[in-house]
Design a binder for this molecule. Sequence first.
Ligand code: TRP
Length: 375
Amino acid sequence: MRVTPWEVEGKIDYNKLIKEFGTKKIGEELLKRMEKLAGELHVLIRRGFFFSHRDLDKVLEDFEKGKGFFLYTGRGPTGDMHLGHILSFELVKWFQKRFGVNLYIAISDDEKFLQKRLSWEEVDKYAKRNIEDIASIGFDEDKTFIFRDSEYIGRVYKLMLKAARKVTFSTAKAVFGFTNETNVGLSFYPIYQIIPTFFEKKRALIPAGIDQDPYWRIQRDIAESLGYYKAAAIHSKFFPPLQGLEGKMSSSNPRTAIWLNDGEEEVKRKIMKYAFSGGKPTIEEHRKYGGDINVDIPYQWLSIFFEEDDKRLEEIARSYTKGEMLSGEIKMLLVEKINNYLKEHRRKKKVVEKKIRKMMYEGKLAREMWEKSFE
Ligand code: TRP
């Protein structure tokens, strides 16, 4: 297995990742405490898709004491967005709603220009399209600031330099695996990705894939010496591709993913044709031996996010395992759930223009952010 901010390969052993990265499992006690404060637990936390953390206990403590915290996440615009991309944003929305806090969303056009062989026009196109999808999710427009790195840089450059002076190339090399062939732009980029954790003098909570954790390690090394808090993080697993449990959905292979702009028929076709099934090859065998929910992608997707109702999920697991429910039937359940989700997404996206304007420039938080200069 291989997990870096730019590469995820092989069968992922999440317990091993916790050990290797030095993070903590989100345990029962923390779940209870969060449920008490939030009034409920989001399905992505309850079912363990977000499984690991740094200092989440301290974030909750800050909240309990009235000090508060803020949220930070981001998106690298390398292509259109698929279902795997949207899940962290769903969790972020939940956190914002339940805790009433500010949210900062970085669109790292700079990172992707440096890292991928994309022209500036392409990065620009995807940044705009990604912002439309992200803004459609439904954040608090006065408490959310969406910014493109390349556009906001003037307000943070001085602070970036202060932070950059504290990180040596040898540290960056060790954390990110930079080599002599890495372009120098990419070696500076990590400083920008950590800067938003300094946007407020409170703890930042970052919901993101565990592959992004290396950034937070560097942030935590330098934050206090600059007069800020160490960032807290809550880490997700990788949303499994249609073809099975290894690796993650890949933008470069359209068959591995369901895109937010896939139409109803396309969703159905992909799931029927490509979703890895834990069912048996013939109906007779399936009725006799039952399906294996542990490897069945439709079941896995339902359980990660798409079937929120615990009782119904349990019933699906039972009847599929017993062979009462067939592979085609569980696939259809998923098709319906996803199509409902995407239909709602399309509806929200139709009226997103004004929301984008507010969250990028005109809303309360956005206006404050453009008036500020960090140093
Ligand atoms: N580096 C992320 C990516 O490749 C994008 C990103 C920027 C991000 N800032 C972030 C992700 C903060 C999570 C949290 O997609």
